[in-house]
Design a binder for this molecule. Structure first.
Ligand code: ATP
Ligand code: MG
Length: 450
């Protein structure tokens, strides 16, 4: 059985039983009180009659005397100890005279049914003619009380039935109210399973009941799952982007080694050094990407004083070898910068990769000093970009012309994150059709090796 039906049936049943119990207790209490008061009245009346009879001269006692006391809805009977009785019944109650009777010694009150009609019977002792104690029994019909109770029975029955109807409806509304968020939760879960997309449940912001809290918790969980999923996706795309250049460098050096390694001692040493350094860089890179995937925005930066020119020289040589592209390095002075070597190299690779992809001429790397800053320019004479295109190049997955690039549009957004992490500034200037200059602006090291 569905939860909504269960709630519906159980609540309706429970309240119906309660209503019936209340009606029954109202009826029985009322009937008890009514009959008690009738009995009390009959007893008082019987006592009054007995007192009246006792005041009479004993010789004049007769049925005529009793007739004076007989109530319109009943009968008076005086029963002697030997069983003889004098009975006087009202005109409409002649049947009562035929009913069986009994001698009571003391006072007695009870309700008796004659012909399905309840009657109040009160017996009180009375002095009979010869001084003997007889029992005066006054019987009064309780037909009006009985019919009142019948009306009450009917009213309670109708009220109970009438109350069950709205009860039935409100139980349905209640069960729907409770199960609605559960149903929408289930629907959303099924939608997620079917489409593979992350969806949230719509909640009414005003009410903050337990069901809303459940929906909120579900939504929070979905947001977290989505964020984790995106982070994983980002990890995969970042990893493949960042491993591209080091892998190409390793590939080109190892193929050189395969061809000429054992003949050229200098080349052998250079290749091994490059492969070793790239492998080291890749290991650091993967560790960092893993770290980034786990917790957002936490780059593991290790800054130190680095002789810039030798770093640029080795990077440029590796790049030239890997892509068979000429890179001119122009640096007039030996400069030391205080930065993270691995990340600066990554940054250079990203910029040189773009210069290589979007130009066919030689690429140039310049180092300039400007007051307290050191500027590294990566210059190409390629296709360039318009000012409008330049505005978006740092957006993730943005590409001016997708058909031209075999990449993902991730390089520059990653470059900017890297630059921020090492405290450098990244600037791009470009002229459409003429070329592009990408500049890394670094702070001077305190200790300059001039
Ligand atoms: P990926 O770097 O992921 O392999 P990508 O090179 O297309 O792909 P980005 O490096 O972020 O991505 O560059 C974004 C876009 O900016 C490129 O698609 C390209 O259109 C433009 N762009 C970047 N550098 C240059 C450049 N030196 N010359 C001309 N256009 C460039
Ligand atoms: Mg790129």
């Amino acid at each position: 059985m569905k939860l909504s039906n269960k709630i519906h049936v159980y609540t309706t049943m429970l309240f119906t039983v309660l209503l019936v119990l209340i009606s029954l207790s109202v009826y029985f209490t009322f009937s008890h009180i009514s009959y008690d008061s009738d009995l009390e009245q009959t007893r008082l009346e019987a006592e009054r009659i007995a007192a009246g009879i006792n005041e009479q001269e004993s010789t004049s006692l007769s049925t005529d005397l009793l007739r004076a006391y007989v109530p319109a809805n009943g009968m008076i009977r005086i029963i002697r100890r030997n069983g003889q009785a004098e009975t006087v019944a009202a005109g409409s109650q002649q049947d009562l005279a035929d009913q069986e009777y009994r001698y009571y010694q003391g006072e007695q009150v009870e309700v008796e049914k004659y012909d399905e009609t309840p009657h109040a019977v009160a017996a009180v002792p009375v002095l009979w003619m010869n001084g003997e104690v007889a029992s005066l029994q006054l019987t009064q019909s309780l037909a009006s009380t009985s019919s009142n109770l019948e009306v009450l029975r009917l009213v309670l029955l109708v009220v109970t039935i009438l109350a069950i109807l709205p009860l039935f409806l409100s139980a349905r509304i209640l069960s729907n109210l409770i199960t609605k968020p559960i149903v929408s939760l289930t629907d959303t879960m099924q939608e997620i399973r079917g489409s593979g997309e992350f969806k949230q449940i719509e909640t009414e912001k005003q009410s903050k009941d337990e069901l809303d809290q459940m929906a909120d918790a579900f939504n929070q969980m979905i947001i977290q799952l989505e964020r984790n999923y995106e982070r994983q996706e980002q990890f995969v795309s970042n990893a493949s982007h960042e491993l591209k250049t080091p892998l190409t460098v390793i590939e080109s050096y190892s193929s050189l080694l395969k061809r000429r390694g054992n003949k050229d001692e200098k080349l052998f040493r250079e290749s091994i050094e490059a492969i070793y350094s790239e492998a080291k860089q890749m290991r650091a890179l993967t560790q960092q990407l893993l770290l980034l995937a786990k917790q957002e925005e936490h780059w593991n930066v290790k800054k130190e004083n680095i002789p810039l020119v030798s770093l640029l020289e080795s990077t440029v040589v590796s790049f030239e070898k890997a892509y068979s592209r000429q890179v001119r390095l122009l640096s007039d002075s030996a400069v030391t910068v205080y930065t993270d070597e691995q990340k600066l190299k990554q940054l250079l690779y990203i910029l040189m990769d773009n210069a290589k992809k979007y130009s066919d001429e030689a690429i140039a790397v310049f180092v300039k000093q400007h007051s307290s800053k050191v500027i590294i320019d990566v210059v190409d004479e390629g296709i360039g970009m318009t000012g409008q295109e330049l505005e978006h190049v740092f957006d993730r997955f943005y590409q001016v012309d997708q058909s031209r690039s075999e990449g993902y549009g991730l390089g520059l957004s990653l470059a900017q994150e890297l630059a921020e992490a090492i405290g450098a500034e990244l600037k791009l200037t470009s002229i459409k059709g003429k070329g592009t200059t990408a500049s890394i602006i670094l702070a001077h090291s305190q200790k300059n090796l001039r």
